[in-house]
Design a protein around this ligand. Structure first.
Ligand code: PLP
Length: 391
C-alpha cells in the first residue's frame, strides 16, 4: 500500500497507512465525522468519494483496517467496538435459523455465552469439541447444517494449541468455513490465513492497542467472506470512534518490539515457575516441554506474554495470600498491555467446559507478563510464595 518493494513486515508496521496521511503529517488525521459532504448530488448518489457517512468509515478508521489486514495477512478487516462485538458479529453473520456451529471447548467465556444464548434465540445449535480434537473427529461432527467451525489457539485460559491447518482442511472438505480467535498471537506470530482459516478475530484491545486504554475488535476476512461479514457488520451498525482508532493504530507501530519483550520476559518467568515446588504445571506453549510446544513450534513464529500455571492443591486462604501479596501483578481482566496481571480461573466451574475433563486439582492462575524487568517479576512471585507458606 505505502511502498513498492517487498519489505520485511517490521518495516511495514512503520510505513503502512501513509497513503491515508495528508499534508506531510506522518500519522493519519483523527476525523471526527458523522456527515461527510459530497460536492454534487451525483457524487453523493454514486458515492464516488468513497466515504459516504461516518459510520461506514473515515480515513482514520480505514487506515487502521488496512494496517490490521496487512498484519493478519487477510483480504480486508472490519472494526468493532470490542473484541466480543467482533465475535458476536461474526457468529450472527455466519449463521441462520437452524444452523449448527462447532466451537472449541477452550473458547473465551463470553464467546461461549454469545454462541449459546444469542444464537440459541435464533434456533442455532452450538456444539463444543475438545480443543485437541483430530481432523477426522472434527470432520465426523460436521452436519449438513454446520455453517461454521470456530477455533481459538491457544485457548486464552487453558492454552491448548490446535492443529489449525489440519482442522481447517477437514472443515473445508465438508465446505464449512473456519474462523479463529487469533488474539494470543496478535496475528503477528500465527498466520491464520496461511493455515487455511477464512476469518480471523482480534481483540484489538489486547496487543494492538497495547496500553490497557482502549476497547476494540477486528474481523479480518478472505475475499470470499467479505460480502457476508461486511453486510452483517453494516446491518448491526458496527463502527468505532476516531480517537480509539487512532490509539490502536499508534499502538500497532510498536507491536513487534513489544511482542519480542513480552515473550522474552514470559519465557524467563514461566521457566522459573516450572522449577518451583509449589507449581504443578506451567501452560505456556512457547516453553520447551510444555503442552502444545511441538505444534506451537511448527506453526508460530513467536509468542505473547500470556500463560497459565496450576498450583499444587492449597487452601483457599493460601491462594489469596499468594495473589494478594503480589505487588507488580495487578488483579484484573484483559491483557496485552505493558503491565503484568494475574487472574484466577477455574475450568471446572459450571458451564466453563462441556467437552473435556480438566485434569488438575489445584488452583489455576493466568499471568500476563508485561514489559517490566523479568528479575523484578520473579522476585515479586518469590516473595508471594513466601507469604503463601506463612498461611
Ligand atoms: C479479551 C478477549 C476477547 C474480547 O475482547 P474485548 O475487547 O474485551 O471484548 C476475545 N477473545 C479473547 C481470546 C480475549 O482474550
Amino acid at each position: 500500500m505505502s511502498t513498492s518493494r517487498n519489505h520485511d513486515r517490521r518495516t511495514m508496521l512503520a510505513h503502512a497507512t501513509r497513503a491515508f496521511s495528508e499534508h506531510g503529517v506522518v500519522n493519519p488525521a483523527v476525523y471526527h465525522a458523522s456527515t461527510i459532504l459530497a460536492d454534487t448530488l451525483e457524487d453523493y448518489e454514486t458515492g464516488s468519494r468513497g466515504y459516504p457517512y461516518g459510520r461506514y468509515g473515515t480515513p482514520t478508521t480505514r487506515a487502521l483496517e488496512s494496517m490490521i489486514a496487512q498484519v493478519e495477512g487477510g483480504h480486508r478487516s472490519f472494526l468493532t467496538p470490542s473484541g466480543l462485538a467482533a465475535i458476536s458479529t461474526l457468529l450472527l453473520g455466519m449463521t441462520e435459523k437452524g444452523s449448527h456451529v462447532l466451537l472449541s471447548d477452550s473458547v473465551y467465556g463470553p464467546t461461549r455465552r454469545a454462541a449459546d444464548r444469542l444464537l440459541g434465540r435464533f434456533g442455532v445449535t452450538a456444539e463444543y469439541f475438545d480443543p485437541r480434537i483430530t481432523a477426522e473427529e472434527l470432520e465426523a461432527r460436521i452436519r449438513p447444517q454446520t455453517s461454521l467451525v470456530f477455533l481459538e489457539s491457544p485457548g486464552s485460559l487453558t492454552m491448548e494449541v490446535q492443529d489449525v491447518p489440519a482442522l481447517a482442511q477437514a472443515a473445508h472438505r465438508k465446505g464449512v468455513p473456519v474462523a479463529i480467535d487469533n488474539t494470543w498471537s496478535a496475528g503477528w506470530h500465527f498466520d491464520a490465513f496461511a493455515a487455511g482459516c477464512d476469518i480471523s478475530i482480534q481483540a484489538a484491545t489486547k496487543y494492538y492497542a497495547g496500553h490497557s486504554d482502549v476497547l476494540m475488535g477486528s474481523i479480518t476476512v478472505t475475499e470470499d467472506m467479505e460480502e457476508r461479514i461486511g453486510k452483517t457488520h453494516k446491518d448491526l451498525g458496527q463502527c468505532v470512534g476516531p480517537d480509539d482508532a487512532y490509539l490502536v493504530l499508534r499502538g500497532m507501530r510498536t507491536l513487534d518490539v513489544r511482542m519480542v519483550r513480552h515473550m522474552e520476559n514470559a519465557l524467563a518467568v514461566a521457566g522459573w515457575l516450572r522449577d518451583r515446588t509449589e507449581v504443578e504445571t506451567v501452560l505456556y506453549p512457547a516453553l520447551p516441554g510444555a503442552p502444545g510446544h511441538d505444534l506451537w513450534k511448527r506453526d508460530f513464529t513467536g509468542a505473547c506474554g500470556l500463560f497459565s500455571f496450576v498450583l499444587k492443591p492449597i487452601s483457599e486462604k493460601a491462594l489469596h495470600a499468594f495473589v494478594n501479596a503480589l505487588e507488580l501483578f495487578g488483579i484484573g481482566a484483559s491483557w496485552g498491555g505493558y503491565e503484568s496481571l494475574v487472574l484466577r480461573f477455574d475450568p471446572r466451574s459450571p458451564g466453563a467446559r462441556t467437552a473435556m475433563e480438566w485434569p488438575h486439582e489445584g488452583p489455576s492462575l493466568r499471568l500476563h507478563i508485561g514489559l517490566e524487568d523479568p528479575g523484578d517479576l520473579i522476585a515479586d512471585l518469590s516473595a508471594a510464595f513466601e507469604k503463601m507458606k506463612e498461611v
